[in-house]
Design a protein around this ligand. Structure first.
Ligand code: GLN
Length: 532
């Protein structure tokens, strides 16, 4: 294909309507037609990346292969499209300003007054087009974070306006809005959508396609009314009503021909409707699974499911693969202790101890792990979850009662988890962890090898602390094996108890590398063990 096509997904009325899912669904449909597609997210906040945001602010921090701490929507992009994203797929206002200010200091604009327009907008446009020009994608879908009308998103919307002018038919805007149902009046209301489109028009953008988020299906008359008020073709008013799973959204969009309309509007051949066989197989399995698998997720953000987004999705993908319904229970680590662990955990088929930072809730993780280790319940520990496995084993089996991670107690005489050497003198908190994909060599005689079926794997990381190799022989002599090691640094990446049914801890995050059509091998193995 000659020119890259740029599609923008903006949002109106309220946030959290699922722009990321709509962008991913459209991307999926275009990809199924054989196009090379990527999706990127532009976030209007000033943080350089989401690594320094806590999950209460912004949900999970996703990590790309190249070590970028990203918005969680990148996780959706990867899970839907089954291709990795990079640092270039997630840009913030902070990154844009940082780059412009660096250029100003270097003298790139010598003699000029540096301004929002054109310098900031030029930098935004350069970044929007970077993936298209560098990697020759057919389609670059750009999701603009926030809601139209936000002060902070103005330069992004202005950049979209300019690009539409410059790129003509190679550029298109899909605007996502909300159509609420007012129970007292027994009516759905289109006024917020009308206002939101007006706002976009005031900023110089006429969206070609509207996607209306709605709890219930809308009648044709409503779509016709929206089309009339918003200068949009009737067939280009598409509804995104509530469905049981986000993975059904591409089908809902396909039924209303979202992909075809995009192609027509961009002057491209439409062709046959794609089959999407693996995707549909996944959905059928998800809907028809009879037996369930009951998994307890032990963490401190249980009231906030977005905090463990990729873990939830990886569990669902693996359970579906094994023809199981995922019965997921969030267990608050602050509420778990030695006295109630049996009551809360004994009915679970498997326990996953979540990643995290800091002291809060950590004792509950130890209580959970002591219980599952002693009662042979399949257990997966991820990052901090793996580190707590190490500390629990040290305290209760190696009888090092004062064992700890130096993250929790710097003065512990037995720091079985310790700060990594290169982390010791860091001053900056942002982007300074051990981040991104690293090789790990796996012991052939291990459950993890059975899972991955290969000796060298690559998984993504996000941590500052590590297994302390000074204790390795002591652990191994007592049946706690280090079965995965980084070939260059010798950092321990995987631990397991071979005598246990399935007790595995990983320093890396397998959840960042699990997609609908290709669930992560470790999650598959964990769910398989839990299902037996
Ligand atoms: N807090 C731990 C560390 O920095 C674990 C991090 C995590 O779970 N992502 O090493």
């Amino acid at each position: 294909m000659a020119d890259t096509k740029y599609i923008f997904v903006t949002g109106g009325v309220v946030s959290s309507l699922g722009k990321g899912i709509i962008a991913s669904s459209l991307g999926k449909l275009l990809q199924a037609r054989g196009y090379k597609v990527t999706i990127q997210k532009f976030d209007p906040y000033i943080n350089i990346d989401s690594g320094t945001l806590n999950p209460y602010e912004h949900g999970e921090c996703y990590v790309t292969e190249d070590g970028h701490e990203a918005d969680l929507d990148l996780g959706h992009y990867e899970r839907f499209l089954n291709i990795p994203t990079t640092k270039a797929n997630n840009i913030t206002t902070g990154r844009i300003y940082q780059s412009v200010i660096n250029k100003e200091r270097r003298g790139d604009y010598l003699g000029k007054t540096v301004q929002v327009i054109p310098h900031i907008t030029d930098e935004i446009k350069r970044n929007i087009m970077l993936l298209g020009s560098k990697h020759k994608f057919d389609f670059v879908i750009t999701e603009i974070g926030g809601t139209v009308g936000d002060i902070e998103s103005l330069p992004f919307i202005e950049s979209v306006r300019q690009l539409r002018w410059e790129l003509g038919k190679n550029c298109l805007c899909v605007h996502l809005t909300y159509v609420p149902y007012i129970a007292a009046a027994k009516e759905v209301k289109t006024k917020p959508t009308q206002h939101s489109v007006k706002m976009l028009q005031e900023q110089g953008i006429q969206p070609e396609i509207l996607v209306l988020r709605t709890e219930r299906q809308l009648g044709k008359d409503i779509c016709r009314k929206v089309a009339l008020f918003c200068n949009v073709e009737e067939k280009a008013v598409i509804q995104s009503y509530d469905v049981d799973s986000i993975y059904e959204v591409p089908l809902v969009m396909a039924q209303q021909n979202l992909d075809e309309i995009v192609l027509q509007k961009m002057n491209m051949p439409v062709g046959e409707k794609p089959e999407m066989k693996p995707w549909n197989e996944f959905l059928t399995k998800m809907k028809t699974a009879q037996k369930s698998v009951k998994i307890g997720l032990v963490g401190k953000y249980v009231e906030l499911p977005d905090a463990y987004k990729s873990i939830n999705e990886s569990l669902l993908q693996a359970a579906t693969f094994h023809n199981r319904k995922l019965d997921l229970h969030f267990i608050h680590s602050e509420k778990l202790n030695d006295d109630n662990a049996a009551d809360i955990l004994s009915s679970m088929d498997g326990i996953l101890v979540a990643p995290g930072f800091g002291q809060r809730g950590i004792e509950g993780k130890y209580a959970a792990l002591e219980y599952t280790r002693e009662n042979n319940i399949p257990t997966l520990g991820i990052c901090l979850g793996m580190q707590t496995m190490v500390v629990e084993f040290a305290r209760n089996v190696l009888k090092l009662s004062d064992a700890n991670s130096s993250e929790i107690d710097e003065l512990s005489p037995n720091k079985v988890i310790d700060i990594m050497e290169e982390q010791k003198n860091l001053i900056d908190m942002g982007g300074s962890m051990r981040l991104g994909a690293y090789d790990c060599v796996i012991d052939k005689d291990s459950k993890v090898y059975k899972a991955y079926k290969k000796e060298i794997i690559k998984e993504r990381h996000r941590h500052r602390f590590e297994f302390n190799n000074a204790y390795k022989s002591q652990f191994e002599a007592n049946g706690f094996k280090c079965v995965g090691v980084n070939p260059d640094t010798k950092l321990v990446e995987v631990v397991e108890i071979p005598s246990h049914k399935w007790y595995v801890g990983v320093q890396f995050h397998p959840e960042y590398n699990s997609t609908v059509v290709s669930p992560n091998p470790l999650f598959l193995s964990f769910i398989e063990a839990a299902s037996q």
